[in-house]
Ligand binder design. Structure first.
Ligand code: NCD
Ligand code: ZN
Length: 422
């Protein structure tokens, strides 16, 4: 691994910095030998981004994504770590499965892969998975989620939150009451679901589960994380819970910050996602919540799907859209360029907070001498039209295709190694 020298960049607070990188850490600029040079003039050097919510699809659906392609997409998006959700095939519900994924990531990954274990066996919601064994395994699992499905049974949720306490783990919930928003629900329930003739997914199917779960977190003393919050009602419940001192964190996706129900009018299945794209009042609410910290972080919910799984009528196509490569661009557009977040707060929402959530000691650290060299170099003014064919992902379900967005990522360095360079 060659040494690196980055000159002339600025940190998030605006101060200038020259950075040497050697042995996987930041060193003084004169501490490197025969380095690869990167001219940082006009660029920001930010801590590598951390995604608390990625679907890598390996093992099981390697035609849609692999650890290699998903983490390459992560690097292209400025990420140095991604949390790999457990809805794989087989499901990550045993220590063996968790260790298998960790070993695969060590061999083929272009970013740190944080292994997420499932809460219940085979995501069936009936028996707890091997949470303790997964936490004590070589994969050292600290986050559990049945994401893709909601842990619907409140007793199961209470037990998971209680059990997870003993190994400092968090339970990440996909909040969807599947009786209120049933299996076919695919469109925000409002005027538009009626007009388009699509089964409705009401905001309350999310917010009532969040309301239940924050109270179970209080009862159990466990740590709760709410995945992909998409509703104003959900935000209000989280605000209430935080004011009460309950241990809850939340994420919002780039697509719920940026896209809305109007996209669904085309019936283009790239815009089918769970939870569904919402109306302007909800979009405004999640933006304001990310700005004021009620929503702690951005999670991409990068959900690659093969073409044959999207080439169906809207109500039967699989839900999910890509996110890793355009996430930072979307957040810059919606939150930074609009004045809602400054760069230091963006670093908190996209690196520091998710690193703390997932208990990742090498991530979300300052760009400073002696720290692990995880850094993304950002050009705050670069823009480009998104081309789904240019993606590092194996899938093409990119909802930003053809749109002009900020294109800030110039280079990504993970553990001292260049994983992406424009
Ligand atoms: C995700 C997937 O495809 O795995 N789909 C989605 O619509 N978000 C599952 C999930 O995050 O709920
Ligand atoms: Zn989900």
């Amino acid at each position: 691994m060659r040494d690196l020298l980055i000159t002339g960049a600025r940190l998030a607070d605006g101060s200038g910095v020259d950075l040497g990188i050697s042995g996987g850490r930041f060193v003084e600029p004169d501490g490197v030998s025969d380095p690869e040079r990167i001219n940082g003039d006009g660029l920001l050097a930010l801590p590598g981004l951390v995604d608390p919510h990625t679907h890598l699809r390996e093992p099981g659906r390697e035609d849609a994504e692999t650890v290699a392609t998903g983490t390459a997409a992560a690097a292209r998006g400025g990420y140095t770590a991604v949390a790999a959700m457990a809805n794989l095939d087989p499901v990550t519900d045993t220590a063996e499965a968790a260790e298998h994924l960790a070993a695969l990531a060590a061999r083929t990954g272009s970013a740190e892969v944080i292994v997420v274990g499932s809460v219940t066996k085979d995501l069936a919601g009936e028996q707890l998975s091997e949470m303790g064994l997964m936490s004590r395994s070589a994969a050292a699992v600290r986050m559990f989620s049945d994401d893709g499905r909601c842990v619907l049974d409140p007793l199961m949720m209470r037990r998971a939150l209680t059990y997870a306490r003993s190994f400092d783990a968090v339970i990440a919930q996909h909040a969807q009451d599947s009786r209120l928003a049933g299996p076919g629900a695919c469109c925000h329930e409002s005027e538009i679901s009626g007009r388009l003739g699509l089964p409705g997914w009401p905001a309350q199917a999310e917010s009532t589960i969040i309301a239940r779960d924050v109270q179970l977190a209080e009862l159990s003393g466990g740590r709760l994380h709410v995945c992909h919050v998409s509703t104003a009602e959900g935000v209000e419940v989280i605000r209430w819970a935080k004011a009460r001192g309950i241990s809850v964190t939340a994420e919002v996706t780039p697509h719920h910050l940026y896209l809305g129900t109007r996209e669904v009018e085309s019936y283009d299945t790239v815009f089918k996602v769970n939870p569904p794209l919402r109306t302007d009042e909800h979009i405004e609410a999640v933006r304001a919540a990310l700005a004021d910290g009620t929503i702690d972080m951005v999670g991409t919910d990068h959900a690659p799907h093969a073409r044959q799984d999207k080439d169906h009528p809207f109500d039967i196509a699989l839900p999910g859209m890509l996110g890793l490569e355009q996430s930072l661009g979307v957040v810059v557009e919606v939150m930074v360029d609009s004045g809602l977040l400054d760069w230091s707060a963006l670093v908190d929402r996209m690196s520091v907070a998710p690193a703390r959530l997932t208990r990742s000691p090498r991530q979300g650290r300052p760009v400073a001498i002696g720290e692990p060299a995880n850094v993304v170099l950002v050009d705050p003014s670069a823009r480009a039209v998104v081309d789904r064919e240019a993606s590092a992902s194996k899938s093409r379900n990119n909802p930003y295709h053809g749109r002009e967005l900020p294109d800030p990522v110039v280079a990504t360095v993970w553990a001292g190694r260049v994983t992406y360079r424009r």
